[in-house]
Design a protein around this ligand. Structure first.
Ligand code: SAM
Length: 285
């Protein structure tokens, strides 16, 4: 294995069969493994028959452990970074270490694996062309409110992580800030009790008020609907064409712009303007 590199290794989010052969090879070949919880990773390594020195790198010790790992990388050792589940650096410790390595010119190599966010999005049956990852909502009132407020008009499909004991509060807040809209709750992905509940926010609120949630959740929330265009009369649309023409636009372009603004058909506005021009020239004659 080339020396002095950090390997970001994705690990299963439930099903051990999802650990890739490349991930196993990488874990076997690096000099040491930095793990979020060494006990969790030890179980994974034991299952795959990998024996390797482990050190702990997590939210609480990253400020002191990050530089220590970096020094070992600079000295030529190779390190695999893993977390308890999924892709390191996605709502997980790791992003800081990647920055540290980037700043010091240490190469980081990706060994991709499952990610709960993308897996849930793919299963959600909601639009996937444009989406945004919002991670966990803060439990502190102020930052939570600011986060939710900033998403009120978000059109993209939104992805949230949530723990079961906080789900009800989050669903209540969704209803309060976003109103009733499609929501897919993806639970225990790749595990025995994997479940996808494709519903709406209000139905989810009612459902979990009766049955307490269990397991780990990813919430996929539909984006805000397109705002309705204001209704224009044909006279107002025609006046817009005239206004664009007075600004120097050719008739076709003026009709197209006015059509976009008003919802009328471009051809209809074009023909209307032509007939008005003909009528004017007849009057002039
Ligand atoms: N780095 C991980 C990833 O790539 O998805 C995410 C780690 S984050 C600390 C843990 C959260 O991910 C959980 O609270 C849950 O929202 C989500 N999650 C992880 N595994 C899951 C699973 N099997 N099914 C559903 N959600 C899961």
């Amino acid at each position: 294995m080339p020396e002095g590199k950090l390997y970001l290794v994705g690990t299963p989010i439930g099903n051990l069969g999802d650990l890739s052969p490349r991930a196993v090879r990488t874990l076997e070949r690096v000099d040491f493994i930095a793990a979020e919880d060494t006990r969790v990773t030890l179980k994974l390594l034991t299952h795959f028959g990998v024996k390797k020195p482990l050190l702990s790198y997590n939210e609480h010790n990253r400020a002191e452990c990050g530089p220590r790992i970096l020094n070992r990388l600079l000295a030529g050792e190779s390190c695999a970074l893993v977390t308890d589940a999924g892709m390191p650096a996605i709502s997980d410790p790791g992003a800081d270490l990647v920055c540290l390595c980037a700043g010091a010119g240490v190469e980081t190599v990706i060994v991709p694996g499952p990610c709960a966010a993308v897996s849930a999005l793919a299963l959600s049956a909601l639009p996937t062309q444009r989406f945004c990852f919002e991670g966990f909502l803060s439990t502190a009132n102020k930052s939570r409110m600011e986060h939710l407020e900033s998403l009120r008009t978000e059109r993209r499909t939104m992805i949230f992580y949530e723990a079961p004991h906080k789900l009800q509060r989050t669903l209540d807040d969704f209803l309060k800030y976003f109103g009733d809209r499609p929501l897919s709750l993806c639970r225990e992905l790749t595990k025995v009790h994997e479940e996808v509940i494709r519903t709406t926010v209000s139905e989810a609120v009612a459902r979990f008020a009766q049955t307490p949630p269990r397991g780990e959740f990813v919430l996929i929330l539909a984006g805000a609907p397109e705002p309705e265009k204001p209704a224009f009369t044909q006279e107002q649309a025609a006046a817009l064409v005239a206004q664009y023409r007075a600004q120097g636009m050719p008739l076709r372009q003026a009709a197209r712009r006015a059509a976009e603004d008003t919802g009328f058909s471009k051809n209809e506005l074009y023909q209307l303007a032509l007939s008005e021009t003909d009528a004017e020239s007849e009057t002039d004659a």
